[in-house]
Structure formats: structure tokens, C-alpha cells
Design a protein around this ligand. Structure first.
Ligand code: NAD
Length: 492
């Protein structure tokens, strides 16, 4: 049942030239005529097909990548680094094609897709630089009887599974450190957005990555895929980004062969605005933390807590700004908010709004879908949201800002930490002592202080609690693909 309340407001349509350019990029990928269909979420139209691989084909891909693993691991770090540098250059050179492809298959506004190209390629550059620093150290044993030499070796074949919300960045954040460490790779992109992965990997091969070393396996049966590949003894590592329930299933499957596991899972980020915050910075930071990627971000602000002294003014200004946001196709000239990934997601937004209103929330902006084609939902502000409403406990993953008022620091920290998730949190205050004290007590892996977009390739991204295991980005992201070994050298 489509429960979305419909509005006839005019949505911005795609610029035909941009559509034609993305069509040309898609045509050059030479996808099959049948297989998994890929749709444009701003129109619902089919734009391409990619191969629908069987578990047997996935195992064959594991075999091909594995066959190249040893020789890649033996290459010098400098050799691997120079190929990664070249990949980075090609990604930048094809940045516009990538951005339009991302926008076309995922729906985000072109300006944001360009931002993702910058963010996604930053990981390739970062790990090209990290590749030449494989780590390791030397120490003398405390009793003087031995020298201990610690080395880092590639962990082995890595299976990488990515979500649809950042089709480039989620792939490069895994592929680049895996290749830098010396690991072969099998990557399974999300069914909704596989084209960007195929394109980026094609450029990696052009840059000099051996063709078989990096295998893309798209499939409509991801459960059969993971069942098969995670049971294969040649696989040594799983890195997954996606929802917590799927992460749990994969951890169970990974336990059979005791795989190194990195899990970047769901979030329910609290965003705290104190009375003494710089008002404009807090508003802008909240808009970014909430509406970046159409709210479809694991670190998106889910619960917005505003201190009572400024809450009325803050809520009405946020609603005013949300109401001004232009909604439309990602490939339009000026949309700031694109469609949701599919119709189910748009229907889900309507259900969340109805549920919140049913428990006493006040609707200040949006709250509706659109009668036009595509999976759009208006930027929405709800005030006085009940803590038991679904928007408070579930990951919203859409453009709904849910506001609740608080009185003091102690109270808001109790609320903020009252969740099984622990990915990101945000604090807005001009008192730096308070900012750091609150950040220290937030049970999250990431804290944005006076800003709404904390991600950076140089920072160790990841969560605590049920938001995951391991880190991506920074030097920590390379360690996820390395095994630590030591040699004990006797000094008799
Ligand atoms: P999802 O868990 O449904 O799917 C993620 C990927 O896993 C997709 O490629 C999907 O095909 C695959 N998959 C699903 N079931 C599988 C199975 N049984 N075996 C193997 N693969 C399987 O998540 P999604 O809807 O694509 O993405 C949204 C979720 O991802 C949100 O919960 C979001 O918070 C999370 N996410 C987390 C981060 C992070 O860094 N922590 C980043 C982006 C998204």
C-alpha cells in the first residue's frame, strides 16, 4: 500500500544534457541486456542492467582474485602506491562522469555527487600515501635475551560488501586500503547502485591494478553470495557497510572460518544544540547533518535535542529553511534535495511522520510526498517529538528532522546515549570545555563539534556498540587489512 500523502508541488526535473552524459557513461560500461535492473530513483525508469551472478560464479571470482593474491602481496609498497596514485588521477580526470553516474543511479544532487567524488577519491590518495608506510617495529625483550621484530602482512583475500547510499566512497574506502595492504579483493556492490563500482573498478584496471586481482560481483541474491563466499577457505577477511541486522548475519557466517571482520553498521545520531551555541552555525550544521545525502547517511542526525532557551527560535528557523529547499532530480540544475532510493523508503517516511504526529509531535514543515514520478519526500521538521516515537528509536534514513527540547547537560546525555547504536553524535556550543566534556561522554565513535559533516579520509571512521567493529580511513583503516606477526630473534 502506498501510504504517501501526495502534494502537487512542482519538482525540478533533470537537465537533459546531464542525463545524456550519464547515459553515455552507462553505455560505455557495456552491461548485459538482462540481469539486475538499475533504476533512476528520480523517475523510476530503468537505466541499465548488470550481471546477476550465481554463487558458483562468485566462487569462481574468489578463485581468480586469489590466484593473483600472492604476486600482489610480493610487490613493493612503492609499486602498489604508484598504481593507487594513478587510479586517483584517473578518478579525478573522470570526476564529472562519476558524479553524474552517482547522481543518476542514487539520486543525490549533482553538487553532492561531486562532493562524494572528492570524498571517495580522497581515500584512494590517502592509501596511495599510506601504502609506503606498511608499519612494523623493533624492540629488545625486557630481559635482554631476544630481539622482537614485528611485521605487518596482508591479511589475505578480502570480501567487500557496500551499501547504496555512497556508491563511490563506500567502495574506495575499502578497496584502496585492501590494495595498499597487498590484498586481493572481491567486491559486491548494492543492487540499487552497482554502476559506479563497475566504472571505478574499470578505471583501477586502467591504472594498472591486475584485472583479476579485483573482482566485482553483482547479484540479486546477496544471502546466497555471502553464504558461499564466506565459507570458502581462501577468503580471510570480510568488510561490510550496511545495516546492523545484516551485519549480525555476516558476523555469524564469518565466525565459521574465523574471518577478520570490519563492520560499519547503522546509526541513530544525537545532535545537541546548547543555548550558548552560535545560532547560525548550529542551524547550518543541523541542515548539513540532517539533509546531506537526503538524510540517507549512517551518520545523519536522527534525534535533534535543543536546549529550552533557544528551542522555539531554533525550531521555527529550521522549519523556515527546510521549506525553502528546492526538491527535484539529482541531475537538475539546482535541486538541494533529491529522491529517496525507492518507493518503499518514501512510504516509510510517511509512516514515521504519522507515527510521530500520533504521539503528539507538531509538524512545522513538509510531511508529505509528491504526486509526480520518483521517490520524493519533502524536507520535514517535527517538533516536540515523543521519545517513544519511531523517529526517536529507529534509523530514519530520510529528510525528517525530529526535535525534542532539553533542560540540562546531564539530562540530554542520558537521552543521547539511550540507544543500542553508537556511530556519530554532534555538539553545538561556544563553550569549548562543555563541548569536549560532552563529546567525551557521548557513546559514539565520531563526534562533530560545531559542524555537521565530520567525515574525512584522514580520520578513523567507525562506531561503538551495535554500530560496528573496526575503522575505515586514516592509518587505522590500513591495519584492518593487515595481520601482525612477530619474530623472536634469540640473543644468546
Ligand atoms: P543493507 O544492510 O540492506 O545492505 C548493505 C549491503 O549488504 C548491500 O550490498 C546488500 O545487497 C548487502 N546484503 C544484504 N543482505 C545481505 C546478506 N545476507 N549477505 C550479504 N550481503 C547482504 O543496507 P543498505 O540499505 O544498503 O544501507 C543502509 C544501511 O547502511 C543503514 O543502516 C546505514 O546506517 C548503513 N551504513 C553504514 C555506514 C557506516 O559507515 N557505518 C555507512 C553507510 C551506510
Amino acid at each position: 500500500m502506498n501510504t504517501t500523502a501526495q502534494h502537487d508541488t512542482k519538482l525540478l526535473t533533470a537537465n537533459p544534457q546531464y542525463v545524456a552524459e550519464s547515459d553515455a557513461t552507462i553505455a560505455a560500461l557495456h552491461g548485459p541486456a538482462t540481469g539486475i535492473a538499475v533504476y533512476d530513483p528520480s523517475t523510476g525508469e530503468k537505466i541499465a542492467c548488470v550481471p546477476d551472478s550465481t554463487p558458483e560464479e562468485a566462487i569462481a571470482a574468489v578463485g581468480r582474485a586469489h590466484a593473483f593474491g600472492a604476486s600482489w602481496a610480493e610487490q613493493s609498497p612503492r609499486h602498489r602506491a604508484s598504481i593507487l596514485h594513478h587510479w586517483y588521477e584517473l578518478l579525478i580526470e573522470h570526476g564529472e562522469q562519476l558524479a553524474k553516474l552517482i547522481s543518476r543511479e542514487m539520486g543525490k544532487p549533482l553538487a553532492e555527487a561531486r562532493g562524494e567524488v572528492k570524498y571517495g577519491t580522497d581515500f584512494v590518495r590517502w592509501y596511495a600515501e599510506e601504502a609506503v608506510r606498511p608499519g612494523g617495529h623493533f624492540q629488545t625483550a625486557p630481559d635482554g635475551g631476544a630481539d622482537i621484530l614485528t611485521r605487518r602482512a596482508p591479511v589475505g583475500l578480502a570480501v567487500l560488501i557496500t551499501p547504496w547510499n555512497f556508491p563511490l566512497a563506500m567502495a574506495t574506502r575499502k578497496i584502496a586500503p585492501a590494495l595498499a595492504a597487498g590484498c586481493p579483493v572481491v567486491i559486491k556492490p548494492a543492487t540499487a547502485t552497482p554502476l559506479t563500482t563497475y566504472y571505478a573498478v574499470q578505471l583501477a584496471v586502467e591504472a594498472g591494478v591486475p584485472q583479476d586481482l579485483i573482482q566485482v560481483v553483482s547479484t540479486s541474491d546477496s544471502a546466497a553470495f555471502s553464504r558461499a563466499v564466506l565459507a570458502d577457505p581462501r577468503v580471510r577477511k570480510i568488510s561490510f557497510t550496511g545495516s546492523t541486522p545484516v551485519g549480525r548475519t555476516l558476523l555469524e557466517r564469518a565466525s565459521k572460518n574465523v574471518l577478520r571482520s570490519s563492520m560499519e553498521l547503522g546509526g541513530n545520531a544525537p545532535l545537541l544544540v546548547f543555548d550558548d551555541a552560535d545560532f547560525e552555525r548550529a542551524i547550518e550544521g543541523t541542515i548539513a547533518a540532517k539533509l546531506r545525502n537526503g538524510g540517507q547517511s549512517c551518520i545523519g542526525a536522527n534525534r535533534i535535542y535543543v536546549q529550552s532557551g533557544i528551542a522555539d527560535e531554533f525550531a521555527s528557523e529550521l522549519a523556515r529553511r527546510f521549506a525553502e529547499i528546492e526538491v527535484g532530480a539529482g541531475l537538475s540544475d539546482s535541486a538541494k534535495l533529491g529522491p529517496l532510493i525507492d518507493q518503499r523508503a518514501a512510504g516509510q517516511m510517511q509512516e514515521l511522520v504519522q507515527d510521530a504526529l500520533g504521539s503528539g509531535a507538531q509538524l512545522l514543515a513538509g510531511g508529505h510526498g509528491y504526486s509526480e514520478a520518483g521517490h520524493f519526500f519533502a524536507p520535514t521538521v517535527l517538533d516536540h517529538v515523543d521519545p517513544l516515537a519511531r523517529v526517536s528509536s529507529e534509523e530514519i534514513f530520510g529528510p525528517i528532522a525530529a526535535i525534542r527540547r532539553f533542560d540540562n547537560e546531564h539530562q540530554v546525555l542520558d537521552w543521547a546515549n539511550d540507544t543500542e547504536f553508537g556511530l556519530a553524535g554532534y555538539v553545538f556550543t561556544q563553550d569549548m570545555d562543555r563541548a569536549l566534556n560532552v563529546a567525551d561522554r557521548l557513546q559514539t565513535g565520531i563526534v562533530g563539534i560545531n559542524q555537521g559533516v565530520p567525515s574525512n579520509a584522514a580520520a578513523p571512521f567507525g562506531g561503538v556498540k551495535q554500530s560496528g567493529l573496526g575503522r575505515e580511513g586514516a592509518s587505522e583503516g590500513l591495519e584492518e587489512y593487515q595481520s601482525i606477526r612477530f619474530y623472536n630473534i634469540s640473543r644468546r
